[in-house]
Design a protein. Structure first.
Lengths: 104, 220
């Protein structure tokens, strides 16, 4: 149990250091044109990758979970219909929950 | 739109993401206790690590009886993307000293997404702060509730909460994706890279590898 506390402390400290490292990068680095262009584009890539990984993978492998796939599909439909943000989230969660109920 | 309208739109976005994604803290609290963590351990992770993917990775590995050093490293790999977000947010937030130390804790997927969706730097700052505050409070309260309510709660997946995060990120990226063919290609390439890498790398690495797509776009 004590060992687990050490792991938790290490993860908390490390995660904070990682967050601070980017925010506290020297001005000289941030102002470099290559770095600023990279920093501008990278969140789009990471968030898109995150969507793909959270929806289409499970336990280290590719997996097409029908409930999550349907939920993301519902979000796309809601976005195409210009639904407000919370409606998009509710459509996604509701669809995923419904598919899970029907598929058991 | 004028300044005030931009800022109230940012507050609305921030509260929406903070409250909706914050509900997944229920899933984290429940998963942590199921994996063998105590309630204080689950809460300390949410208070201090405050980055969902890393927290889930650590508790998942603990639950699977994995090696704690490997589990901690896996959690840190997932936290690595926050460094890249920080590079971008540094320019938008322009915080120094103690305020920077505080803002750093808020550098995560959700706050970055909301901040970048705003049309002006002022609105981006408002979006960052609102998302950080509402998500921090909600995430920690729901962690506590999830950790205590494990047995009565059942499976949070039944509520479809696991799709709220991806749906929120998609909704936030949407206007930028519909407005730019280059960003659409970038997003598609990043998603494909991450999916292809998933079977071969530990959790966290595939998403970081997707940054390669950015380099390709920049070289072209």
């Amino acid at each position: 149990m004590t060992t687990l506390w050490w792991a938790i402390a290490a993860v908390c400290a490390g995660c904070y250091a990682l967050k601070l490292a980017g925010l506290a990068a020297p001005r000289r680095v941030l102002d470099h044109p290559v770095v600023s262009r990279f920093a501008e584009l990278v969140p789009v890539a990471l968030l898109a990758a995150l969507i793909a990984v959270q929806v289409f993978t499970a336990e280290g492998g590719l997996s097409a979970d029908p409930a999550r796939t349907a939920g993301l599909g519902a979000a796309v439909v809601a976005l195409l219909l210009r639904a407000p943000f919370l409606v998009v989230l509710a459509a996604a969660a509701g669809t995923t929950a419904l598919v899970r109920i029907f598929l058991g | 739109m004028d300044q005030t309208t931009h800022r109230s739109a940012a507050v609305r976005d921030g509260l929406g993401v903070g409250l909706a994604v914050g509900l997944s803290g229920l899933a984290f609290g429940a998963a942590a206790v199921t994996a063998g963590l105590t309630v204080p351990q689950a809460c300390v992770l949410s208070l201090l690590a405050f980055t969902g993917a890393s927290q889930f990775a650590l508790t998942g590995a603990v639950g699977a009886g994995g090696d704690l050093v490997a589990a901690s490293l896996g959690a840190l790999l997932l936290g690595g993307r926050n460094t890249l977000y920080g590079l971008r947010l540094a320019d938008l937030l322009r915080v120094r000293g103690p305020r920077r130390l505080l803002a750093a804790q808020g550098v995560i997927d959700e706050t970055t997404a909301v901040a970048l969706a705003q049309p002006t730097p002022e609105a981006a700052r408002t979006g960052f702060v609102t998302t950080f505050a509402s998500l921090y409070v909600t995430w920690n309260l729901t962690t506590l509730a999830g950790a205590f309510g494990t047995s009565s709660l059942g499976d949070p997946g039944m509520l479809g909460l696991d799709v709220v995060g991806p749906a929120a990120f998609l909704a936030i990226l949407w206007p930028r994706l519909t407005g730019s063919a280059e960003l659409r290609k970038l997003a598609a390439a990043a998603a494909v890279i991450a999916l292809c890498a998933t079977p071969f790398f530990p959790p966290g690495v595939p998403v970081l590898l997707s940054a390669v797509a950015v380099l390709v776009v920049m070289v072209r």
